[in-house]
Design a protein around this ligand. Sequence first.
Ligand code: PLP
Length: 365
Amino acid sequence: MKIKEQLKNLKPYQPGKPIEEVKRQYGLDKITKLASNENPFGFSKQAKIAIQNSIESLAIYPDGYAADLREKFAGHLEVSPKQIIFGNGSDEILQIICRSLLSPGKNTVMATPTFPQYRHNAIIEGADCREVELIDGYHDLEGMLAQIDKETAVVWLCSPNNPTGTYIKENNLLAFLNQVPSEVLVVVDEAYYEYTQVDDYPETIKLIDQFPNLIVLRTFSKAYGLAGLRIGYGIAQSSLITQIEPAREPFNTSKMAQVAALAALDDQQFIIECAKKNKQGLEQYYTFCNEQGLFYYPSEGNFILIDFNRPGDEVFQYLLERGYIVRSGNALGFPTSVRITVGTKEQNEGIISILTEMLVEKVAN
Ligand SMILES: *Cc1c(COP(=O)(O)O)cnc(C)c1O
């Protein structure tokens, strides 16, 4: 079979072990998964009602243009309906971007470590990936600029960055956008936008009028708590959206996802409360790290990367055997860290008490 050469070196996404299997293996009654930055508080009750009401219409195809959601959303974001592209998760938008702009001979610039799907999709399209090391956990914007040449088609910025939780400050983003050649697309992935609290986090959508080469990606999977439904979106100038739309599948977002997103949008109180509780959860981890002298990056997301000065896989395993699934930093480019999704207050306390025990054992040994 004439499979593309570049696929041979790519691994499919590795899903975690099924929870039931882990329970059996370690004799646990309960497992708490805080590994994929899902919302521990679930999703809006209003979205639940909308989903239940949509069941009757599942025999027919969804509106491929998502007109109702689009209209509502445009009002919410103060953009024109033509400036929005919806995807089966923002994962699909970045796939559409890669299909539309990348091919052999082109290159794309991104940070490392960052969200792995930029690289993954770019490789499938045969583009050359130029990865620029983070500096102290932050995007090296100067270094990224230096990698841009005539063949560069796309630059990726992840802010807050997964897995570090660090963000790009407004003035730095603006300076960067002013220096990128206008024929190079800049993707700003803001999957954790709703969680951000700092004053100098940019309102990137407001910059779109100024920069025809800017697209902002956001999602309903994280703060909105609808990861299982798969819906995300991109915002850019309408001319850019029009150019990439042909790469989108006609019915890429489901009816259920559309109605749930529409209802979830109406429940901003839910988002505000989740962001507030997330901030308090982060404080629990900061206190723990400061007491234990552990290095961490201050996070604007709903997760925290903590360096334990020992293999992340070991810390992962220690927590797993005691009922908590987190993400080892080993596969994320931080071999001595783990990335923990901020949970409920009780879940965070649970993890912190186990980690405290682990650190005591370490001293005892
Ligand atoms: C989770 C995540 C996404 C993907 O979100 P979906 O909308 O569920 O596809 C994209 N970018 C980053 C940085 C993420 O962490």
